[in-house]
Write a protein that binds this ligand. Sequence first.
Ligand code: NDP
Length: 467
Amino acid sequence: MEERAALLARVSAGHGTEIKDPATGEVIGRVAFGTPGDVAAAVDTAAKAQPGWAALDDQERCAALMRAADAIDAHAEELAYVVSREQGKTMNGLGARYEAAGCAAWVRATASTPLPVEVLVDDGQSRAELHYRPIGVVGAITPWNWPMIIACWQIAPALRMGNTVVQKPSEYTTLTGLAIAAVLNEALPPGVLTAVTGAGDVGDALVRDPRVGKVMFTGSVKTGMKVIEASAGNMPRLTLELGGNDAAIVLPDVDPQAIAEGLFWGAFINNGQTCAAMKRLYVPDAIYDEVVDALAALAAKIPMGVGLDEGNVLGPLQNQMQWNVVNRLVEDAKVRGARVVMGGDPDAAAPGYFYPKTLIADIDNAAPLVQEEQFGPALPIIRYTDLEQAVEWANGVDVGLGASVWSADRDTALAIAARLQAGTVWINSHGGIDPRVPFGGAKRSGYGLEFGVEGLKAVSVPQVISG
Ligand code: NDP
């Protein structure tokens, strides 16, 4: 066995459901999936460990998180191997090694963010302070697109604030979820982080457990709505990160060659399977052909293939369900008469869930490929002549996670950014995130913030001390 496959072997069960590499179909391990009945035991463990963990002072918890980040570094290549084999992303590029390194960086940043007591009033007559206390047990429900780092985004702040965590990875990427939990647990006291496996019914049981005081959920809008409904019984606090359909608006003053790379990776990072990837590109008539040509020339050079092949930087889609979504939307665009600039011709007989890099030009804004989230490597490029129309189109969906404006003039870009209904608007880039900067959605992209000091506050109970 390859040395870097040791962690995958460690978390793989000797029996249960076969897990297949989405690039090749090869069996890489097995999972003995849990059931809703397993949730109670996991929450028990977390609830028992919580008072002891909360009794540590903040510095001690931060020191444990720093050791957990060191453990991630020590196992970085093994973690990258697990996620590449199970999720499909390439080892190189913005892929598996990038995700593993990001996990360590994020855990360290979470342990380094100051959260001082806020003195609200101190006027000689009265004094009021705002403290942030632990909630108790946090349920962390994670998706399959960035299965390690999203787990760290949920787990690290929750632990930092004195909570314990029960994590439920997506059934599509269970081995990765178990692997990151195993590595973090090398540095954490027993019971502070527990993973439960299983499908959506296990996530549902976690939301409904009366001892869970907070649910961190990242996934689809549809499931997010179910989480809201399930939470009504016990009212756990919720942070919902539900993806989006990010628009990018290019203004006529840009140099198409200069922005092509930023546009490409904004859309195609992780094969488009990224909550805040660019999913609709609005380009003015005046430079439309130049932008499309520059993007196509760049895309043609990007190698796609099996994740373990060091030469590739884009892999397959993670699962058949997502492949079907992308294929349906592209086929519909063709029927509508949109222009296929490249791609759109998957080889259904080939192994794995590969879908080629696809650029669709001259597409109607009303087409489903524009209006629905494709979550894959197929970018619709919509032509506009009137900027007001482009802004209206950008805002014309019911989600609003991210958006971007591309212009040589910052003031013009800022004026457009202010009118876009999105939690983050990037200028001349798309999708970049930073552990110091809060991240969250507008409209049905969810509510609650992650990252930075706002992210710490979101996994705690504010308590006013008055007098
Ligand atoms: P889901 O929203 O169904 O899955 C997200 C997580 O929720 C998974 O762990 C899932 O478990 C769990 N879950 C499923 N049902 C419930 C429930 N009733 N209560 C609690 N937890 C539940 O996403 P999908 O995997 O179905 O992906 C569908 C679409 O979601 C994609 O096409 C994409 O548009 C979007 N998406 C957005 C992501 C983002 O980053 N915001 C990430 C992934 C997908 P399990 O997987 O085991 O069913």
